[in-house]
Design a protein around this ligand. Sequence first.
Ligand SMILES: [Zn+2]
Length: 364
Amino acid sequence: MALVIVLAVALWYLGRWRGVDTQARWTAIALLYLAVLAVNVALPPNHPLRAMTGGSAGEWLVLGGLAALVWGYKRVLGRVRTSVRPENRPAAAPAPGTAPPGTAGPAYAPGEVERYARHIVLREIGGPGQKRLKQAAVLVVGAGGLGSPALLYLAGAGIGTLGVIDDDAVDATNLQRQVIHADARIGMPKVFSAEQAIRALNPYVHVRPYHRRLTEDIARDLVGDYDLVLDGCDDAATRYVVNAACAAARVPLISGALSQWEGQITTFAPWDGTPCYRCLFPKPAAVGLAPSCAEGGVLGPLPGVVGAMMAVEAVKELVGIGQGLRGRLHVHDALWGEHRTMAIRPDPDCPVCGDAQAAGSASG
Ligand SMILES: [Zn+2]
Protein backbone atom coordinates (compact mmCIF):
# COMPACT_ATOMS: atom_id res chain seq x y z
CA MET A 1 0.00 0.00 0.00
CA ALA A 2 2.90 2.34 0.89
CA LEU A 3 4.38 1.79 -2.58
CA VAL A 4 1.15 2.95 -4.23
CA ILE A 5 0.92 6.03 -2.01
CA VAL A 6 4.55 6.92 -2.79
CA LEU A 7 3.74 6.49 -6.49
CA ALA A 8 0.67 8.76 -6.22
CA VAL A 9 2.66 11.46 -4.40
CA ALA A 10 5.41 11.20 -7.02
CA LEU A 11 2.82 11.55 -9.82
CA TRP A 12 1.39 14.63 -8.14
CA TYR A 13 4.70 16.45 -7.76
CA LEU A 14 6.07 15.35 -11.13
CA GLY A 15 2.90 16.79 -12.70
CA ARG A 16 3.30 20.03 -10.76
CA TRP A 17 6.94 20.29 -11.79
CA ARG A 18 5.95 19.84 -15.44
CA GLY A 19 3.19 22.44 -15.12
CA VAL A 20 0.29 19.96 -15.50
CA ASP A 21 -2.94 21.45 -14.14
CA THR A 22 -4.53 20.18 -10.93
CA GLN A 23 -7.46 18.42 -12.57
CA ALA A 24 -5.22 16.35 -14.87
CA ARG A 25 -3.08 15.36 -11.89
CA TRP A 26 -6.13 14.19 -9.93
CA THR A 27 -7.27 12.22 -12.98
CA ALA A 28 -3.87 10.48 -13.15
CA ILE A 29 -4.14 9.54 -9.45
CA ALA A 30 -7.71 8.30 -9.93
CA LEU A 31 -6.54 6.07 -12.82
CA LEU A 32 -3.71 4.71 -10.64
CA TYR A 33 -6.29 3.93 -7.93
CA LEU A 34 -8.56 2.10 -10.38
CA ALA A 35 -5.61 0.06 -11.70
CA VAL A 36 -4.59 -0.96 -8.16
CA LEU A 37 -8.19 -1.83 -7.30
CA ALA A 38 -8.43 -3.98 -10.44
CA VAL A 39 -5.19 -5.79 -9.52
CA ASN A 40 -6.52 -6.51 -6.02
CA VAL A 41 -9.87 -7.78 -7.30
CA ALA A 42 -8.78 -9.76 -10.35
CA LEU A 43 -5.50 -11.43 -9.38
CA PRO A 44 -5.25 -14.49 -7.07
CA PRO A 45 -4.46 -13.63 -3.39
CA ASN A 46 -0.86 -14.86 -3.52
CA HIS A 47 0.05 -13.04 -6.73
CA PRO A 48 3.23 -10.92 -6.21
CA LEU A 49 1.73 -7.82 -7.88
CA ARG A 50 -1.27 -8.02 -5.56
CA ALA A 51 1.03 -8.45 -2.51
CA MET A 52 3.02 -5.37 -3.63
CA THR A 53 -0.10 -3.19 -3.87
CA GLY A 54 -1.67 -3.99 -0.50
CA GLY A 55 -3.10 -7.46 -1.03
CA SER A 56 -6.69 -6.61 -0.13
CA ALA A 57 -9.34 -4.91 -2.24
CA GLY A 58 -11.37 -4.11 0.91
CA GLU A 59 -8.84 -1.60 2.26
CA TRP A 60 -8.67 0.14 -1.10
CA LEU A 61 -12.45 0.32 -1.32
CA VAL A 62 -12.64 1.94 2.14
CA LEU A 63 -9.94 4.45 1.15
CA GLY A 64 -11.67 5.20 -2.18
CA GLY A 65 -15.01 5.63 -0.41
CA LEU A 66 -13.51 8.11 2.05
CA ALA A 67 -11.87 10.07 -0.79
CA ALA A 68 -15.19 10.15 -2.70
CA LEU A 69 -16.97 11.45 0.43
CA VAL A 70 -14.42 14.28 0.90
CA TRP A 71 -14.61 15.17 -2.82
CA GLY A 72 -18.42 15.20 -2.79
CA TYR A 73 -18.50 17.35 0.36
CA LYS A 74 -16.08 19.92 -1.15
CA ARG A 75 -18.10 20.04 -4.37
CA VAL A 76 -21.37 20.70 -2.54
CA LEU A 77 -19.62 23.35 -0.43
CA GLY A 78 -18.23 24.98 -3.59
CA ARG A 79 -21.70 25.06 -5.20
CA VAL A 80 -23.24 26.67 -2.12
CA ARG A 81 -20.47 29.29 -2.08
CA THR A 82 -20.76 30.21 -5.76
CA SER A 83 -24.55 30.37 -5.54
CA VAL A 84 -24.27 33.12 -2.88
CA ARG A 85 -21.58 35.13 -4.68
CA PRO A 86 -23.10 38.54 -5.49
CA GLU A 87 -22.49 38.25 -9.25
CA ASN A 88 -24.51 35.01 -9.36
CA ARG A 89 -27.55 36.40 -7.60
CA PRO A 90 -30.24 37.08 -10.21
CA ALA A 91 -31.17 40.32 -8.40
CA ALA A 92 -27.64 41.67 -9.07
CA ALA A 93 -28.14 41.67 -12.84
CA PRO A 94 -28.34 45.30 -13.96
CA ALA A 95 -31.89 46.33 -14.67
CA PRO A 96 -32.55 48.13 -17.97
CA GLY A 97 -31.42 51.73 -17.68
CA THR A 98 -28.87 51.12 -14.88
CA ALA A 99 -25.94 50.62 -17.25
CA PRO A 100 -23.80 53.77 -17.34
CA PRO A 101 -24.00 55.96 -20.43
CA GLY A 102 -22.09 54.52 -23.34
CA THR A 103 -22.01 51.01 -21.94
CA ALA A 104 -25.09 49.81 -23.77
CA GLY A 105 -24.59 46.69 -25.84
CA PRO A 106 -23.69 43.10 -25.24
CA ALA A 107 -20.16 43.72 -23.92
CA TYR A 108 -20.86 43.22 -20.19
CA ALA A 109 -21.90 40.06 -18.40
CA PRO A 110 -24.70 40.36 -15.82
CA GLY A 111 -23.28 41.79 -12.61
CA GLU A 112 -20.02 42.84 -14.23
CA VAL A 113 -20.57 46.59 -14.49
CA GLU A 114 -20.69 47.21 -10.73
CA ARG A 115 -17.05 46.20 -10.26
CA TYR A 116 -15.99 49.16 -12.44
CA ALA A 117 -18.11 51.69 -10.52
CA ARG A 118 -15.04 53.67 -9.29
CA HIS A 119 -13.83 54.06 -12.88
CA ILE A 120 -17.22 54.98 -14.23
CA VAL A 121 -17.60 57.90 -11.79
CA LEU A 122 -14.26 59.33 -12.99
CA ARG A 123 -15.09 62.11 -15.41
CA GLU A 124 -12.16 61.21 -17.69
CA ILE A 125 -13.12 57.52 -17.98
CA GLY A 126 -16.86 57.23 -17.40
CA GLY A 127 -19.02 54.65 -19.16
CA PRO A 128 -17.55 55.14 -22.66
CA GLY A 129 -13.96 54.89 -21.38
CA GLN A 130 -14.74 51.74 -19.42
CA LYS A 131 -16.32 50.24 -22.52
CA ARG A 132 -13.15 50.97 -24.46
CA LEU A 133 -11.15 49.09 -21.81
CA LYS A 134 -13.58 46.19 -22.05
CA GLN A 135 -13.23 46.05 -25.83
CA ALA A 136 -9.41 46.33 -25.72
CA ALA A 137 -6.85 43.56 -26.13
CA VAL A 138 -3.51 44.11 -24.40
CA LEU A 139 -0.43 41.90 -24.72
CA VAL A 140 2.01 41.78 -21.80
CA VAL A 141 5.49 40.49 -22.64
CA GLY A 142 6.96 38.80 -19.58
CA ALA A 143 5.04 37.63 -16.50
CA GLY A 144 7.87 38.63 -14.17
CA GLY A 145 8.49 41.63 -11.93
CA LEU A 146 6.89 44.27 -14.16
CA GLY A 147 4.33 41.96 -15.76
CA SER A 148 2.98 40.85 -12.35
CA PRO A 149 1.53 44.17 -11.14
CA ALA A 150 0.74 45.32 -14.68
CA LEU A 151 -1.35 42.20 -15.38
CA LEU A 152 -3.15 42.33 -12.04
CA TYR A 153 -4.07 46.00 -12.40
CA LEU A 154 -5.09 45.61 -16.04
CA ALA A 155 -7.28 42.66 -15.04
CA GLY A 156 -8.81 44.66 -12.20
CA ALA A 157 -9.35 47.61 -14.53
CA GLY A 158 -11.47 45.43 -16.78
CA ILE A 159 -9.35 45.06 -19.92
CA GLY A 160 -11.42 42.64 -22.02
CA THR A 161 -8.59 40.48 -23.37
CA LEU A 162 -5.18 40.04 -21.77
CA GLY A 163 -2.45 38.13 -23.59
CA VAL A 164 0.66 37.12 -21.66
CA ILE A 165 3.77 35.59 -23.18
CA ASP A 166 6.66 34.10 -21.18
CA ASP A 167 8.69 30.88 -21.48
CA ASP A 168 9.77 30.76 -17.85
CA ALA A 169 8.45 28.84 -14.83
CA VAL A 170 7.84 30.21 -11.33
CA ASP A 171 10.93 29.98 -9.15
CA ALA A 172 11.31 30.64 -5.41
CA THR A 173 13.63 33.60 -6.13
CA ASN A 174 10.82 35.29 -8.11
CA LEU A 175 8.40 35.59 -5.21
CA GLN A 176 10.23 38.50 -3.53
CA ARG A 177 8.70 40.75 -6.20
CA GLN A 178 6.60 38.81 -8.75
CA VAL A 179 3.40 39.07 -6.76
CA ILE A 180 1.09 37.53 -9.36
CA HIS A 181 2.61 34.12 -8.56
CA ALA A 182 2.28 32.09 -5.38
CA ASP A 183 4.40 29.71 -3.33
CA ALA A 184 2.07 26.83 -4.21
CA ARG A 185 2.72 27.44 -7.94
CA ILE A 186 6.53 27.16 -7.86
CA GLY A 187 7.52 25.12 -10.91
CA MET A 188 4.40 26.03 -12.88
CA PRO A 189 4.89 27.96 -16.16
CA LYS A 190 4.51 31.66 -15.30
CA VAL A 191 1.83 32.28 -17.90
CA PHE A 192 -0.46 29.63 -16.37
CA SER A 193 0.22 30.85 -12.86
CA ALA A 194 -0.61 34.41 -14.00
CA GLU A 195 -3.75 33.12 -15.70
CA GLN A 196 -4.95 31.58 -12.42
CA ALA A 197 -4.35 34.83 -10.52
CA ILE A 198 -6.11 36.92 -13.18
CA ARG A 199 -9.15 34.63 -13.22
CA ALA A 200 -9.29 34.73 -9.42
CA LEU A 201 -9.28 38.54 -9.49
CA ASN A 202 -11.59 39.13 -12.45
CA PRO A 203 -13.30 36.14 -14.09
CA TYR A 204 -14.67 38.41 -16.85
CA VAL A 205 -11.22 38.93 -18.40
CA HIS A 206 -10.42 36.72 -21.36
CA VAL A 207 -6.84 35.47 -20.81
CA ARG A 208 -4.58 34.18 -23.57
CA PRO A 209 -1.44 32.57 -22.11
CA TYR A 210 1.46 31.87 -24.51
CA HIS A 211 4.04 29.62 -22.91
CA ARG A 212 6.97 30.38 -25.20
CA ARG A 213 9.55 33.03 -25.98
CA LEU A 214 8.49 35.93 -28.21
CA THR A 215 10.59 35.34 -31.31
CA GLU A 216 10.86 37.27 -34.54
CA ASP A 217 8.94 34.68 -36.58
CA ILE A 218 5.72 35.12 -34.57
CA ALA A 219 6.12 38.66 -33.22
CA ARG A 220 4.49 40.67 -36.01
CA ASP A 221 1.40 38.44 -36.27
CA LEU A 222 0.97 38.19 -32.51
CA VAL A 223 1.38 41.92 -31.87
CA GLY A 224 -1.06 42.64 -34.70
CA ASP A 225 -3.81 40.93 -32.69
CA TYR A 226 -3.53 43.52 -29.90
CA ASP A 227 -4.35 47.20 -29.40
CA LEU A 228 -1.44 47.80 -27.06
CA VAL A 229 1.69 45.98 -25.90
CA LEU A 230 3.43 46.24 -22.53
CA ASP A 231 7.03 45.09 -22.43
CA GLY A 232 8.38 44.13 -19.04
CA CYS A 233 10.71 41.35 -20.14
CA ASP A 234 14.23 41.01 -18.80
CA ASP A 235 15.90 40.13 -22.06
CA ALA A 236 17.45 42.73 -24.39
CA ALA A 237 17.11 40.60 -27.54
CA THR A 238 13.34 40.20 -26.96
CA ARG A 239 13.01 43.97 -26.42
CA TYR A 240 14.37 44.61 -29.93
CA VAL A 241 12.00 42.01 -31.39
CA VAL A 242 8.95 43.49 -29.60
CA ASN A 243 9.96 47.02 -30.62
CA ALA A 244 10.35 46.16 -34.31
CA ALA A 245 7.06 44.24 -34.39
CA CYS A 246 5.12 47.05 -32.67
CA ALA A 247 6.63 49.73 -34.93
CA ALA A 248 5.76 47.71 -38.04
CA ALA A 249 2.20 46.94 -36.88
CA ARG A 250 1.69 50.48 -35.51
CA VAL A 251 0.78 49.16 -32.08
CA PRO A 252 1.82 51.45 -29.19
CA LEU A 253 4.40 49.90 -26.89
CA ILE A 254 4.66 50.79 -23.21
CA SER A 255 8.12 49.83 -22.10
CA GLY A 256 9.30 49.43 -18.52
CA ALA A 257 12.79 48.58 -17.29
CA LEU A 258 14.49 48.13 -13.94
CA SER A 259 17.90 48.14 -12.42
CA GLN A 260 18.64 47.62 -8.71
CA TRP A 261 16.96 50.81 -7.33
CA GLU A 262 15.85 52.61 -10.46
CA GLY A 263 12.95 52.15 -12.82
CA GLN A 264 12.25 53.67 -16.25
CA ILE A 265 9.10 53.86 -18.28
CA THR A 266 8.13 55.33 -21.64
CA THR A 267 5.71 54.77 -24.51
CA PHE A 268 6.93 54.07 -28.03
CA ALA A 269 4.78 55.11 -30.99
CA PRO A 270 7.34 56.15 -33.63
CA TRP A 271 4.73 56.93 -36.35
CA ASP A 272 3.84 59.85 -34.06
CA GLY A 273 7.22 61.57 -34.48
CA THR A 274 8.50 60.12 -31.20
CA PRO A 275 11.34 57.63 -30.82
CA CYS A 276 11.27 53.83 -30.68
CA TYR A 277 13.36 51.61 -28.42
CA ARG A 278 16.01 51.24 -31.08
CA CYS A 279 16.37 55.05 -31.38
CA LEU A 280 17.29 55.16 -27.68
CA PHE A 281 19.39 52.00 -27.59
CA PRO A 282 20.90 51.45 -31.05
CA LYS A 283 22.92 48.52 -29.74
CA PRO A 284 22.44 46.08 -26.84
CA ALA A 285 24.38 47.17 -23.74
CA ALA A 286 27.88 45.72 -23.47
CA VAL A 287 28.08 42.57 -21.38
CA GLY A 288 28.41 43.52 -17.69
CA LEU A 289 27.17 47.11 -18.17
CA ALA A 290 23.52 46.23 -17.60
CA PRO A 291 23.39 43.49 -14.98
CA SER A 292 20.20 41.38 -14.84
CA CYS A 293 18.09 41.17 -11.67
CA ALA A 294 19.78 37.84 -10.91
CA GLU A 295 23.24 39.40 -11.17
CA GLY A 296 22.69 42.86 -9.73
CA GLY A 297 19.67 42.34 -7.48
CA VAL A 298 16.53 44.47 -7.44
CA LEU A 299 14.40 46.00 -4.69
CA GLY A 300 11.23 43.87 -4.31
CA PRO A 301 8.61 46.68 -4.39
CA LEU A 302 10.30 48.59 -7.25
CA PRO A 303 8.73 46.52 -10.07
CA GLY A 304 5.44 47.12 -8.26
CA VAL A 305 5.90 50.88 -8.68
CA VAL A 306 6.95 50.73 -12.34
CA GLY A 307 4.59 47.90 -13.34
CA ALA A 308 1.62 49.76 -11.84
CA MET A 309 2.72 52.90 -13.75
CA MET A 310 2.72 50.81 -16.94
CA ALA A 311 -0.90 49.83 -16.21
CA VAL A 312 -1.74 53.52 -15.59
CA GLU A 313 -0.23 54.51 -18.95
CA ALA A 314 -2.06 51.61 -20.62
CA VAL A 315 -5.44 52.82 -19.35
CA LYS A 316 -4.64 56.38 -20.51
CA GLU A 317 -3.53 55.16 -23.96
CA LEU A 318 -6.62 53.01 -24.44
CA VAL A 319 -9.14 55.58 -23.22
CA GLY A 320 -7.25 58.46 -24.89
CA ILE A 321 -6.96 60.78 -21.88
CA GLY A 322 -4.30 62.92 -20.18
CA GLN A 323 -0.73 63.19 -21.37
CA GLY A 324 0.98 59.89 -22.07
CA LEU A 325 4.69 59.17 -22.17
CA ARG A 326 5.20 59.26 -25.95
CA GLY A 327 8.49 61.13 -26.49
CA ARG A 328 9.18 61.26 -22.77
CA LEU A 329 11.19 58.98 -20.50
CA HIS A 330 10.13 58.84 -16.87
CA VAL A 331 12.77 57.76 -14.35
CA HIS A 332 12.00 56.76 -10.77
CA ASP A 333 14.93 56.69 -8.35
CA ALA A 334 13.68 54.63 -5.41
CA LEU A 335 16.77 54.99 -3.23
CA TRP A 336 16.62 58.79 -3.22
CA GLY A 337 12.85 59.15 -3.63
CA GLU A 338 13.10 61.17 -6.82
CA HIS A 339 11.25 61.26 -10.13
CA ARG A 340 12.33 62.99 -13.28
CA THR A 341 10.89 63.07 -16.79
CA MET A 342 13.01 63.93 -19.81
CA ALA A 343 12.24 64.48 -23.47
CA ILE A 344 13.59 61.83 -25.85
CA ARG A 345 14.11 62.37 -29.57
CA PRO A 346 13.82 59.99 -32.53
CA ASP A 347 16.90 58.99 -34.48
CA PRO A 348 16.28 59.89 -38.17
CA ASP A 349 18.63 57.05 -39.20
CA CYS A 350 16.92 54.46 -37.01
CA PRO A 351 16.72 51.19 -39.00
CA VAL A 352 13.42 50.30 -37.31
CA CYS A 353 11.40 53.51 -37.44
CA GLY A 354 13.30 55.87 -39.79
CA ASP A 355 10.80 55.12 -42.59
CA ALA A 356 7.79 55.44 -40.29
CA GLN A 357 9.03 58.86 -39.16
CA ALA A 358 9.48 59.99 -42.78
CA ALA A 359 5.98 58.72 -43.67
CA GLY A 360 4.57 60.44 -40.58
CA SER A 361 6.09 63.82 -41.41
CA ALA A 362 5.10 63.49 -45.11
CA SER A 363 1.48 62.82 -44.17
CA GLY A 364 1.57 65.78 -41.78
ZN1 LIG B 1 13.51 54.16 -33.91
